[in-house]
Ligand binder design. Structure first.
Ligand code: PMP
Length: 380
C-alpha cells in the first residue's frame, strides 16, 4: 500500500514507538509521590519540554489533551463570553465549527463565519467586517486539512488583537510539518494533535499563552491534573510518544519540508501533465508542502479511489449521516458540487519516498484512464 493520507494520520515514528513502548512497560501514575510515580512525572516533564521546544513556547503553557478535538473545545469554551461573538472561518474542521456552535449556545454568544477566496485563502475583508460583532475570540486554522492552504496568522493576530479579541488557531495540520514560533507569533491559544506527525493517536495539547487567556474552563470535572485544567490520570505512554515525535520532527523540520515539497511537486507535475483535465485545489504556493488536492474532471472520487486500491488517499468529501456530501471546504472555495465530488486529497509525510511517488503517479494515471473509459466509452 502506498500511504498518501498523512492528513488523516501519520505512521508512528520509530522514536515515538520506542518511547511509548518503554512507558507502557513501566508502572507509575504521574501524580503518585513514590519513585515509580516520580519517574512517570519526570517523563511527562521531558515530553512537555520537547513539545514546547517544537512550538517555541514555555512548557507550563501546555495542557495535554486527548488530541486536537478536545484542545479546540477547551479553547473555545474558555474564551467564549456572553454577548460577544466567536469568529471562525468557513473551512474550519468540524472540531471547531461544531464546538463553536455548542459553546455559543451554552454561554449566550453567537458564531460569525467568514468566507474564503477561490484559492482557499481567508477573506480578510470579511474578517474586518466581523469585528463589528464584538468578537471574544477569532479562531482560524493554521493549515487546512483538505487543501493544505496556510492562513496568514500574523495578519489575523494583528487584526483581531486591535479589536480586543483573543486569537486561537487549530494548528493540527501545521505542527510537526512546518516551523512555528510562538515567541514571535502572538497567538493566545493553539491546538495540536500528535498523530498527524508520528505520535500515537489520542494525544495532543492546547497551548494557552500565560497572562492573556483569562481562565481555562475544564471540559470535565475531577482531580487537579494539568494544574486543574484537564482532570484525569495523565496518558503517560501517549504523552512521552508525543514528546519523542516532537523532538524527531523538530530535528529536521526544514529539510523534511523541502524534501516532501519536491516529491509533492513531482507528483502534481507528472499527473497534471499526463491528465490535462486535472485541476489543483487551493493556493499553489501558500499551502503545506505535503498536500495535493486534485479534481479529476468528470470522474467521481469514489470511482477513482476504487480504481487504485494500491493507494491510500482520501476523497474530498465527508460521509455525513450515511450520505456522501461533497466537501464543505471545497464548496466554500466556490467549487461546484460536481467539482467537489471529483476531488481527491493526496497527503505526503516524513516517511514518503521517491519510489512511493513514482508508483503513485503510475497508479493515478492508469486509474484515470480506466475510469474515464468506463464512464465515457464513446470519447477518446
Ligand atoms: N483539526 C484539524 C484541522 C484536523 O485535521 C483534525 C484531524 N482530522 C482535527 C482537528 C481533530 O484532531 P484529533 O483527531 O486529534 O481530535
Amino acid at each position: 500500500l502506498i500511504y498518501l493520507d498523512y492528513n488523516a494520520t501519520a505512521p508512528v515514528r520509530p522514536e515515538a514507538l520506542a518511547a511509548t513502548t518503554k512507558a507502557l512497560t513501566a508502572v507509575g501514575n504521574a501524580s503518585s509521590v513514590h519513585a515509580a510515580g516520580r519517574d512517570a512525572a519526570l517523563a511527562v516533564d521531558q515530553a512537555r519540554e520537547r513539545v514546547a521546544a517544537l512550538l517555541a513556547c514555555s512548557p507550563n503553557e501546555l495542557i495535554f489533551t486527548s488530541g486536537a478535538t478536545e484542545a479546540n473545545n477547551l479553547a473555545l469554551r474558555s474564551a467564549a463570553t456572553p454577548g460577544q461573538s466567536l469568529v471562525i472561518s468557513a473551512v474550519e474542521h468540524p472540531a471547531v465549527t461544531e464546538a463553536a456552535v455548542a459553546v455559543a449556545d451554552a454561554v449566550g454568544s453567537t458564531v460569525h463565519t467568514i468566507g474564503v477566496h477561490r484559492d482557499g485563502t481567508l477573506r480578510l475583508d470579511e474578517l474586518e467586517e466581523a469585528l463589528a460583532t464584538s468578537p471574544a475570540l477569532v479562531s482560524i486554522m493554521a493549515a487546512n486539512n483538505e487543501t493544505g492552504v496556510l492562513s496568514d496568522l500574523d495578519l489575523v493576530v494583528k487584526i483581531a488583537h486591535e479589536a480586543g479579541a483573543l486569537v486561537h488557531s487549530d494548528a493540527t495540520q501545521l505542527v510537526g510539518r512546518l516551523p512555528i514560533d510562538l515567541r514571535r507569533l502572538q497567538l493566545d491559544l493553539l491546538s495540536m494533535s500528535g498523530h498527524k506527525f508520528g505520535a500515537p493517536q489520542g494525544v495532543g495539547a492546547l497551548f494557552a499563552r500565560r497572562g492573556t487567556v483569562p481562565a481555562i474552563r475544564p471540559l470535565a470535572h475531577g482531580g487537579g491534573h494539568e494544574r486543574g485544567r484537564r482532570p484525569g490520570t495523565l496518558n503517560v505512554p501517549g504523552i512521552v510518544g508525543l514528546g519523542a515525535a516532537a523532538e524527531a520532527a523538530a530535528r529536521c523540520l526544514d529539510q523534511e519540508a523541502s524534501r516532501i515539497r519536491l516529491l509533492r511537486d513531482r507528483f502534481e507535475t507528472a499527473v497534471m501533465t499526463a491528465l490535462p483535465g486535472t485541476r489543483r485545489n487551493g493556493h499553489p504556493d501558500r499551502r503545506l508542502p505535503g498536500v495535493s488536492s486534485l479534481t479529476f474532471d468528470g470522474l467521481p472520487a469514489d470511482a477513482m479511489l476504487a480504481a487504485m486500491p494500491a493507494i491510500a488517499a482520501s476523497e474530498g468529501s465527508a460521509c455525513a449521516a450515511g450520505a456522501m456530501e461533497p466537501s464543505r471546504v471545497l464548496l466554500a472555495m466556490g467549487l461546484s458540487r460536481d467539482e467537489a465530488e471529483c476531488a481527491i486529497r493526496f497527503s505526503l509525510g516524513y516517511a514518503t519516498t521517491a519510489d512511493d511517488i513514482d508508483s503513485a503517479i503510475r497508479h493515478v494515471i492508469d486509474a484515470e484512464r480506466r475510469v474515464h473509459a468506463a464512464l465515457y466509452p464513446n470519447t477518446t
